[in-house]
Design a protein around this ligand. Structure first.
Ligand SMILES: Nc1ncnc2c1ncn2[C@@H]1O[C@H](COP(=O)(O)OP(=O)(O)OP(=O)(O)O)[C@@H](O)[C@H]1O
Length: 791
């Protein structure tokens, strides 16, 4: 029924044996106003014929259930409604890996039913009223809220208003009626409700066939047929004409209840059955010409089975085949989506009834919206990822929505009259033959069957009586059990409350126990620390004792040193005294030496003076002698010269002519002889004088040098002695001062050491006593506490 055009819809109606509404365009209202709200622009369709539209995919994440909250199930999904993003937080190899999916709309756990409807479904319903076929289907793992989203908590509350939990179906019904009423439109509406389980279609609106029993009561053979134009026809599906929203709610409740009954009777699992609720709306339009035109829109609301089998079986080939046998429809839906996305030449619609029904909604002329539902729980991560992958892929499916062809009212009426005529003919033929006309063989077979059935009925009536008795018995049993159950339930409630209390108490006790353990540990730690400090104190006391011993030894040695010092001082004093006396003696010696040096100096200087005067007198005497000698030589020379002159005159006179040469020679020789004599004489005399003066001078200089040497030696000795004396005195004084100072210092140090030692001993004594008392106190208190805890 999903992809049916209004034309085909008629066929279904006929095939299902349901009499179509004789006046399909008349709304049974007291007042029928004719308005032309959208009127003539219908023919000029405002949607482009060839415009491709992607399948709209919405994502809804349900909140954690109470059970999940109680056991603190971790969340792995975060939704950003504003950015239309869903983030899956995964841990891969101890690393956080986020996968982000974007959809057309995202609704987080806090999203209300009304918000989802207003934002996502209202425009779709408007499209239906504009003559389009639209499909909304919910896809997701079992328990993620598909039924909650599509149907909701309750259809209506007492006042007839929609409750807050009402889902897409009741809201869509309400919107359709409200809109058409507001427009005072002439309309008619039909609904169908089918269930698909293990490739078998069940009509959820079919009245129960009382001639059938048990499982058969629910079953009515419904088959899918191709109409030769590529469209699918559901044969034998009950179509209910509806005139108010409340009527639809009643039908929905009936269908849903049947579905649930079917679940229990057939032992089906809701997660493995799909339901399709369809509303077809015919709206009469007044056209410019004479003819009235009818526009037709259809809304398919599909609640798919849980998809967990797909994801699991999809992972392994072996189980995929097994799951395919059980739930072929969902597997094929996945394959159809993949084929459409990958633009495959072959789309495997024909592989399952679900994909055949949804054919026009997936890649066809229908406008489609998929609501993918997921759970935020970490336990459903695998299925959630599978749902997200599928939904994400489905976003790429393109449909070419096309408004349904408008039909003229006369053509539609003609078709309907033809249908009525056919049915009248059937009735007439049956009446003419006075009853049911069937072959004899079949009559006798049916008679035998009837007999057998009567027997069976009798037997069954007996069984029924027995069963009724048993039922009464069981009812009683049931009632008593119910009472017991109620008692047990109240007990259970009490137990739960008690359990909760006990749990809390246990938690408190555990907390206390933990705290006690902690304090115990702390105390043990403190005790161990105290023992440590006690040990260290003992060690310290021992050290102090040894220190004290050392100190007393040091004091003894200091006293010995002091004695030595005193001795040394005494010795030093005596040494200083002897040194003083020695110094005095040395100084006296030096004074006498000085005196001696002075006298010797005086003597030397007087001797020098004497020698100087002697030398000068000698020199003057020598000079005198030399003057006299020169004078005598001069006189001699004058005398000689006179004698020579006389001789010359004599010679001149005697031997002037003959012996002139001889006389000159003799004279020359004599002169030479005299000059030599004189020269020798003079040199002798000069050498004698020089010798004498040199000797005198040398002896004076030597005497003087010796004297000076003696003087300087003496002076050196005196200076050295003085220096040594001074050095020795300074050294002695320094030694004396140093010794005195060191003695005073060591005495001070010793006194300080002694004081410190005695103070330390006192402190340690006090500490020791304090520690002892603290340990005692702690021991007693912890013993008391431990005993109280143990108690
Ligand atoms: N958004 C939601 N807010 C509050 N409760 C929710 C929501 N979605 C689902 N639930 C609750 O979670 C439970 C399971 O939801 P539901 O039956 O709709 O899941 P499902 O997907 O249809 O499961 P199945 O595939 O088995 O049919 C229900 O009790 C429902 O009320």
């Amino acid at each position: 029924m999903m992809s049916l055009t209004p034309d085909q819809f008629r066929k279904v109606g006929m095939g299902g044996g349901v009499t179509p509404s004789p006046t399909p365009f008349l709304t049974p209202r007291p007042e029928r106003r004719r308005t032309d709200s959208r009127g003539s622009d219908w023919s000029s369709n405002r949607h482009d014929r060839d415009k491709e539209v992607n399948v709209q995919v919405l994502l809804r994440c349900r909140p954690l259930t109470e059970d999940e909250q109680r056991i603190n199930v971790p969340r792995v999904i975060s939704c950003n409604d504003h950015r239309r993003e869903v983030t899956v937080v995964q841990n891969v190899a101890n690393k956080q890996v986020d996968r982000v999916f974007t959809f057309d709309k995202v609704f987080g756990p806090k999203a209300q039913q009304r918000t989802i409807y207003d934002q996502a479904i209202v425009p779709i319903v408007n499209e239906v009223l504009d003559g389009f076929n639209c499909t909304v289907f919910a896809y997701g793992q079992t328990g993620t809220g598909k039924t909650y989203t599509m149907e909701g908590g309750m259809m209506r509350n007492k006042g007839g208003d929609l409750p807050a939990e009402a889902g897409v179906i009741p809201r869509a019904v309400r919107q359709i009626f409200d809109t058409l009423e507001a427009q005072s439109a002439d309309y008619s509406m039909k609904v169908t409700f089918l269930e698909l389980y293990n490739e078998e279609i069940t009509d959820l609106l079919a009245p129960e066939d009382n001639s059938r029993f048990g499982e058969d009561k629910q079953k009515k053979p419904i088959s899918l047929m191709e109409d030769g134009k590529g469209c699918v026809v559901v044969r034998g599906l009950e179509e209910e004409a509806v005139y108010s929203a409340n009527e639809i709610y009643t039908l929905l409740e009936r269908g849903a209840a049947k579905r649930r009954t079917a679940d229990t009777l057939l032992n089906k699992r809701s997660s493995r059955s799909h339901s399709v609720f369809s509303i077809t709306v015919y709206i009469k339009e007044t056209t410019v010409g004479d003819e009235d035109l009818i526009k037709c829109g259809k809304l398919n609301l599909v609640d798919l089975a849980g998809s967990e089998n797909i994801s699991r079986s999809g992972a392994r080939e072996g189980r995929a085949r097994e799951a395919g046998e059980i739930n072929k429809s969902l597997l094929t839906l996945g394959r159809v989506i993949n084929a459409l996305v990958e633009h495959s030449a072959h789309i495997p619609y024909r592989d399952s009834k679900l994909t055949r029904i949804l054919r026009d909604s997936l890649g066809g002329k229908t406008k489609t919206c998929i609501i993918a539902t997921i759970s935020p729980s970490a336990h459903s991560l695998e299925e959630t990822l599978s749902t997200l992958d599928y939904a994400y892929r489905a976003k790429n499916i393109k449909n070419k929505p096309e408004a349904n062809q408008k039909m003229s009212k006369t053509v539609l009426l003609k078709d309907l009259y033809l249908e009525i005529e056919k049915m009248k003919e059937d009735v007439r033929a049956a009446r003419d033959k006075n009853g049911v006309y069937i072959p004899h063989e079949r009559f006798s077979q049916e008679e035998a069957e009837k007999k057998a059935r009567m027997e069976k009925i009798e037997q069954l009536e007996n069984d029924l009586n027995l069963s009724e008795k048993q039922v009464d018995k069981y009812r009683e049993l049931y009632l008593t059990e119910q009472e017991q159950r109620l008692d047990i339930e109240s007990d259970l409630k009490d137990c739960k409350i008690n359990l909760e209390k006990s749990r809390k108490e246990l938690l408190d006790l555990q907390e206390n126990h933990k705290a006690a353990l902690l304090t115990l540990k702390e105390k043990e730690f403190i005790i161990s620390k105290l023992l440590c400090s006690e040990n260290s104190l003992i060690e310290r006391a021992k050290e102090l004792r040894t220190d004290l011993q050392h100190a007393s030894e040091d004091i003894n040695s200091l006293f010995a040193k002091l004695e030595n010092k005193d001795k040394m001082e005494a010795e030093n004093r005596s040494t200083v005294l002897t040194f003083g006396s020695q110094l005095d003696q040395h100084l006296k010696g030096v004074a006498t030496m000085k005196e001696l040096a002075n006298t010797m100096q005086k003597k030397a200087s007087s001797d020098l003076e004497k020698m100087d005067s002697a030398v000068s007198s000698q020199i003057s005497a020598t000079e005198q002698f030399l003057v006299t000698a020169v004078m005598e030589a001069k006189e001699v020379i004058e005398g000689l010269q006179n004698s020579l002159n006389e001789q010359k005159e004599l010679l001149y006179f005697s031997a002037r002519q003959q012996e002139e040469e001889e006389a000159a020679r003799d004279e020359k020789q004599a002169l030479e002889k005299i000059a030599a004599i004189l020269a020798t004489l003079t040199s002798n005399r000069t050498a004698m004088v020089t010798e004498a003066s040199r000797g005198m001078k040398e002896s004076g200089v030597q005497d003087n040098r010796i004297l000076q040497q003696q003087m300087s030696v003496l002076q050196q000795v005196a200076a050295d002695a003085g220096k040594e004396m001074n050095k020795y005195t300074a050294k002695m004084e320094r030694h004396f001062m140093e010794d005195t100072f060191s003695v005073a210092e060591s005495r001070g140090i010793m006194e300080d050491g002694l004081k410190e030692c005695s103070k330390m001993v006192n402190d340690s004594k006090k500490q020791w006593e304090n520690a002892k008392s603290y340990i005692n106190k702690l021991n007693t208190s912890s013993l008391a506490e431990i005993s109280s805890i143990v108690k």
